[in-house]
Design a protein around this ligand. Structure first.
Ligand code: ADP
Ligand code: UDP
Length: 248
């Protein structure tokens, strides 16, 4: 596998072309951002932790029959993924009220949402990722109705796999954000599932173990990401011993 030019550098990851026209390399950097890129910091080990965490979760989802872009880990900070035609839409599933839904609807943080709720946001930092609905997506051509419907179905399927997995490990999966894209006409889960894009609380103490530690300056951000991973059964040392050899 040959790593070719950088195609895109986002807030936390960089996307590289490869000599396979159907594959990209995602590089998880140590950069951490919040509030649509207004708060930015480098946190040591973060790229490795998120890359390995994401690989673990994507594999569990594949095993459960959810199509994902993940192929394999290439190095501590790099993964090989299917090249997707991404939809500029963020799908959010919420099991417990936290974050923007509390501000928007005046809801107390921590209330159980039964059934879990689903929201769509436009991926646009300049506009602050505004909330949108299926009609906006159709009118502005951000995605086809059937693809959005499938994304919603897959989002709930992801919740059905991960919510019990976190609970068994002593954690509440409060909410999470997913991004989907198309691969050969099929809707496939792309981007990442890491503590950067979800909320996770300890089931006993309700301590925040996710990116809210960064947003709210609670400290111990990466230590906490690793703790979540270890509780799920991830061995970060073993995983980073993986080296597929990428030619640059
Ligand atoms: P952002 O773009 O929000 O700053 P990142 O720093 O995570 O986010 O950048 C990664 C970019 O790569 C995102 O725009 C994401 O939509 C895109 N992406 C993720 N997975 C794939 C994939 N399999 N194929 C194509 N693009 C992808
Ligand atoms: N989220 C994300 N990227 C975004 C916006 C939200 O990964 O650009 C995640 C966030 O970490 C949380 C969930 O989506 O797990 C819901 O976020 P919310 O709408 O509450 O927004 P926030 O208050 O976190 O900005």
């Amino acid at each position: 596998m040959k790593k070719l030019e950088e195609l895109y550098s986002g807030k936390a990851k960089s996307v590289y072309a490869t000599d396979d026209a159907d594959r990209y390399i995602l590089q998880f950097r140590d950069d951490t951002s919040a509030f649509d890129g207004k708060k930015i910091e480098k946190l040591a080990r973060k790229g490795m932790v998120n890359n390995v965490f994401n690989a673990f979760v994507m594999k569990r989802l594949e095993e459960a029959g959810i199509p994902t872009h993940f192929d394999k880990l290439l190095s501590p900070q790099e993964a090989l993924v299917k090249k997707l035609e991404m939809m500029p839409v963020e799908c959010v599933v919420r099991n417990i009220a936290a974050g923007s839904i509390c501000r928007r609807l005046g809801i107390t943080e921590g209330i159980d949402l039964e059934p879990p709720t689903f929201e769509l946001f436009l991926k646009n930092d300049e506009l602050g990722d505004p909330m949108i609905n299926e009609y906006h997506i159709a009118s502005f051509g951000w995605g086809e109705a059937q693809h959005i419907e499938r994304s919603r179905e897959l989002s709930f399927a992801v919740n059905d796999v991960l919510k019990p997995m976190f609970l068994e490990a002593g954690m509440l999966l409060v909410d999470f954000k997913l991004e989907f894209g198309l691969y050969r006409g099929e809707v496939v889960l792309g981007d990442e599932f890491t503590p950067d894009g979800c909320r996770v609380w300890d089931v006993e103490t309700r301590e925040k173990l996710d990116k809210d530690r960064f947003r709210q300056n609670l400290g111990g951000v990466i230590e906490s990401y690793e703790l979540v991973g270890r509780r799920l059964g991830i061995d970060f040392d073993e995983a980073t011993a993986v080296r597929e050899g990428v030619d640059s």
